[in-house]
Write a protein that binds this ligand. Structure first.
Ligand code: SAH
Ligand code: SF4
Length: 439
């Protein structure tokens, strides 16, 4: 009988993609995927170190896995990604979790197969990425999946004052256009209907390499892949948004009218201290330009509260902009001090209680905004990519609109895997409800 692999993902969509790559590699070694951790012979954990809370959660979980390991001899535990890649982390992690068999940094994915085959504990962590264009170590095996993540640019050259990502993922390196287009074509041929193009800042695509092909060009090319219905992309740095990108989204039918444009803060003083390279007025102008070209466009965002030195007045500016723009969705975070970053040394660290209280107010406002946004869609017809039965009511189907709103409606098995036109009838803060209309 085949051995089983269970993938546990923490962090962003790039970490999710890492997990899919490890799954493909484990399957290449004869494992089959299980969704039950207790059944697994191999667990691969992909990690995140962007905030301390993520780190604590992951370490707690890895600690619990020591019991899983003891329950059956021969079980293998592998831990990979950003947490392992942090400077000097490996020794510390090994001491804290001696039961982990395989440690892999961010640049050593292709070593996974060897370490697995060797069957004895090992680690591979390189300080920097290898020279030359980045290559994916294994083709994805997305059987039966409608959506897949595709990396287009790795690393980040931005050095936002709070952020540890450039320290762990290294400088920006773009994947050659041919490789990206080959992968999307292969995914479409295997039945994938939606791809998400990934990068810490997709708008920097090809810049470090000096390529003529920029992100707007790549997006159009991917959108023309036969068999692909939808293309998404994340993340766009607001400073690097271009009219050409907005035009590509407006003109290519397969490109979803959705921009994930992390605002981070609404106060110019804080934006400057964060080293974000734009002002609140500039951000607002970008949002307006998007909506002029694409009135239906969703703009979602990330916001940090309690950056060092953030006053009540600065925070009020974040609240004002959040209200003004009406984000379809916002991921909101308390500032977390990360060692090695510029902000870690700043004076004026905001007390935890103050951060928590600001986060609470911002989340309450965003819940109102998300609802207002969804209400504005009542009476409209939205194309929904139907993924399967609804989790809360198996008699109904569920899927996502082009703007990622989860939508639930009656339908039959033949609708699964199609792009269904759904008339939106009712919404709540999480879900939209509707009916398929074919005319
Ligand atoms: N490259 C993306 C996001 C990377 S991390 C971008 O430029 O937007 C995802 C989000 O985590 C960030 O947008 C930010 O809102 C948040 N984040 C990053 N570092 C953080 C820190 N030290 N504390 C709190 N939130 C942080
Ligand atoms: Fe971090 Fe800024 Fe790079 Fe995003 S753009 S990964 S927030 S440094």
């Amino acid at each position: 009988m085949n051995k089983k692999v269970y993938i546990q993902i923490y962090g962003c969509q790039m970490s999710e993609r890492d997990g899919a790559t490890f799954r493909a590699m484990a399957e290449g070694c004869g494992y089959v995927t299980t969704t039950e951790r207790e059944d697994a012979d191999l667990v691969v954990v992909t990690t995140c170190c962007v905030r301390e809370s993520a780190e604590n959660r992951i370490m707690g979980n890895i600690g619990h896995l020591s019991r899983w390991k003891r329950q059956k001899p021969g079980r293998i535990l592998a831990v990979a990604g950003c947490l392992v890649q942090q400077e000097g982390a490996l020794e510390r992690l090994r001491r804290r979790a001696p039961h982990v068999d395989i440690w892999l940094g961010a640049f050593e994915q292709e070593r996974f197969t060897d370490l697995l085959r060797e069957g004895k504990p090992g680690a591979a962590v390189a300080a920097a990425p290898p020279a030359g264009p980045p290559v994916e170590p294994a083709p994805l095996a997305e059987r039966g999946k409608l959506s897949a993540n595709v990396n287009i640019i790795y690393g980040c050259d931005n050095h936002c004052a709070y952020c540890v990502v450039p320290l762990v993922r290294g400088p920006e390196r773009s994947r050659p256009p041919r490789d990206v287009l080959e992968e999307t074509r292969r995914l479409a041929d295997s039945g994938v209907r939606e791809v998400v193009l990934l990068g810490q800042n997709v708008n920097s695509y090809g810049k470090a390499e000096g390529w003529r092909e920029d992100f707007a060009w790549l997006l159009r090319e991917v959108a023309r892949t036969p068999g692909l219905w939808r293309v998404r992309f994340t993340t766009s740095h607001p400073r690097d948004m271009t009219d050409a990108l907005i035009a590509a989204a407006a003109e290519e039918p397969a490109v979803c009218p959705h921009f994930h444009l992390p605002l981070q803060a609404g106060s110019d003083r804080i934006l400057r201290a964060m080293n974000r390279g734009y002002t609140a007025a500039y951000y607002l102008e970008q949002a307006r330009a998007i909506r002029r070209a694409l009135p239906e466009a969703r703009i979602s965002t990330d916001i940090i509260v309690g950056f060092p030195g953030e006053t009540e007045e600065d925070f009020a500016a974040t609240m004002d902009l959040t209200r003004e723009i009406c984000f379809s969705q916002a991921f909101t975070f308390m500032y977390s001090r990360r060692s090695g970053t510029a902000a870690a040394a700043l004076p004026g660290q905001v007390p935890r209680e103050v951060k928590r209280e600001r986060l609470r107010r911002l989340m309450a406002l965003q819940a109102e905004m998300s609802l207002a946004w969804r209400r504005s869609l009542v009476g409209s017809r939205q194309e929904v990519l139907v993924t399967g039965p609804s989790k809360s009511d198996a008699a109904l189907l569920s899927g996502q609109t082009a703007g990622r709103e989860i939508t639930v409606f009656p339908g039959g098995p033949a609708d699964v895997g199609t792009l269904a036109p759904v008339l939106i009838k009712e919404v709540n803060s999480w879900t939209m409800f509707g009916e398929i209309t074919r005319n």
